[in-house]
Write a protein that binds this ligand. Structure first.
Ligand code: BGC
Length: 343
């Protein structure tokens, strides 16, 4: 069942709606047309009590003022582009350097701050569309973006991404939800598994150095589930740069979940599936209580964790990484599933 309501008006005067998709067990997701944002996910704990397992904001003003990309669809290029630059067929493109005037982060936030057009496509699915003009944020090509959100009866939220450009261009899309399976406090006791034998260490600007470093024997080894907080304060050059985990993991091949998370207190269990090659684990390290989130609560450090499925960061400048440059007319598609249950 899908219900549409008005959510608010942006500072530019655009009307924003919220679509609530609910399944027969009572699980529900709220999706905003602003940023094609997954604003809330309500799922039951082991005693049947529902809570919102996403941190973020309950007002549009919150999203506009603080952002943090809470729940948003990000692109055109999720994660970072070094120096805000890349080349295609010998032509260099200078894109928005929205992070410290040095890097392009999350595509210059274009997709995250756009108001998308929404269509109900089934009784459990909505489609959001947004067309980005040629040259937006400096990126080549007019690109038609489409994201479909489906809430299944087994409490799986499926997010399907489609994009097609009229010029050769780079595309890397993800969702930036911050999960907190307890619905409160921090996520350090959540037990996380990531099916990755290696990750991409970064320089001081959080750009991959090019090294594919084995996780074996490092705090980055999540192959067997462990509490997120267990090794987060270890003396480690990479944890120091990110003030915690803020890194891309190189996913192993296989059919199972690429990641799982479990909150022992509530019993809530999350499984993540994707067809992409990487995932950014970001543990909300730069949240410091300044931004005020849902119900007026400050967004404290480690209030949520993100599993941003993606091509590796800075791929257009790293020929050795799996590439995400698409020809004119060539379709970009990807799919990520977040499935909730209890243990
Ligand atoms: C980045 C973090 C950044 C955050 C923005 C993540 O994807 O890797 O470094 O602070 O997005 O909220």
């Amino acid at each position: 069942m899908i219900v549409k309501n008005a959510f608010g008006t942006t500072s530019k005067g655009e009307a924003v709606d919220v679509y609530t998709i609910r399944n027969s067990s009572g699980a529900a997701v709220d999706i905003l047309t602003y940023g094609a944002t997954v604003n809330s996910i309500y799922v039951a704990d082991k005693n049947g009590a529902f809570a919102d397992v996403l941190s973020g904001f309950d007002t549009l003003e919150g999203h506009e003022k603080y952002s943090d990309y809470q729940g948003m669809t990000v692109g055109r290029y999720a994660n970072r582009l070094a120096g805000g630059k890349f080349s295609i067929d010998g032509v260099e493109y200078d894109v928005e350097k929205n992070e410290k005037d040095i890097t392009c982060l999350h595509g210059g936030a274009e997709l995250s701050t756009a108001v998308w057009k929404a269509f109900i496509v089934d009784d459990n699915a909505i489609e959001m569309n947004y067309t980005s003009p040629d040259g937006a944020m400096g990126f080549p090509g007019k690109v038609d973006f489409k994201v479909t959100f489906t809430l299944h009866e087994d409490n799986a939220l499926k997010i399907e991404y489609f994009a097609v450009s009229d010029k050769k261009t780079v595309i890397n899309m993800t969702n930036h939800a911050y999960f907190n399976l307890a619905g409160k406090g921090d996520i350090l006791a959540h037990e996380l598994m990531i099916n990755a034998d290696a990750y991409t260490p970064v320089d001081e600007n959080s750009i991959p150095t090019g090294e594919i470093r084995p996780v074996e024997g490092t705090p980055f080894d999540f192959r067997v589930a462990k509490p997120i907080g267990r090794d987060i304060n270890e003396a480690d050059d990479q944890l120091a740069i990110g003030k915690g985990y803020d890194h891309n993991f190189c996913l192993n091949d296989g059919d199972g979940p690429i990641a799982t998370a479990y909150d022992p207190e509530s019993g809530r269990f999350l499984e993540v599936f994707t067809d992409l090659c990487g995932v950014q684990l970001y543990t909300g390290n730069f949240l410091d209580g300044t931004n005020i989130g849902k119900n007026g609560n400050p967004l404290i450090k480690n209030a949520g964790f993100c599993l941003e499925t993606q091509y590796y960061p800075n791929t257009p400048n790293m020929p050795e990484f799996p590439q995400c440059t698409f020809d004119a007319g060539q379709k970009f598609t990807s799919c990520t599933v977040f499935r909730f249950s209890v243990k």
